[in-house]
Design a protein. Sequence first.
Length: 175
Amino acid sequence: MKRILIDMDDVMAETGLKILDTYNTLFNTNFKKEDFNEKSFTDLFKADNYLKVRTEIGKSGFFRDLAVKQNAVEVIEKLYKVHDVYIVSAATEFPESLSEKVHWLNEHFPFVEWQKMVFCGYKHMIKADVMIDDHTKNLDYFEGETKLLFDAMHNQKVTGYTRVTHWDEIGKLLL
Ligand SMILES: [Mg+2]
């Protein structure tokens, strides 16, 4: 049995797609997911505009209706049965998100007990064997044996990590 830390945004939930939709709605643009294969958010988005998007992310409701990543429920439920799984989200940046994330997990991942939900800022002090995250800033300071970078729009140019693009791949690695 391994202790596995699973991030929420852009790992369990399609947060990046909602950010993209929010940006397109606010600024009447038509960016698509594929546009980020070559460029990062900061290359494509105007900095002032992105600050306005962050204000939207901080408002009530943003995190409550996020779509679930394909096959995340099925694979995480299997992992949960055989490993010591924790859902770990750096959520305190957006205080309104805290209760929304609990309700979202209860709705879509009802098998995850409240004791296995960890909302924090930094993640480096958490000890485990495996971390699944879309941000190198979290993976870089993780001391466990396995670091999996979940493919996301914002990390297309990142190299040097074990990249996973679908939950089925994680199932093959860890089940
Ligand atoms: Mg994330």
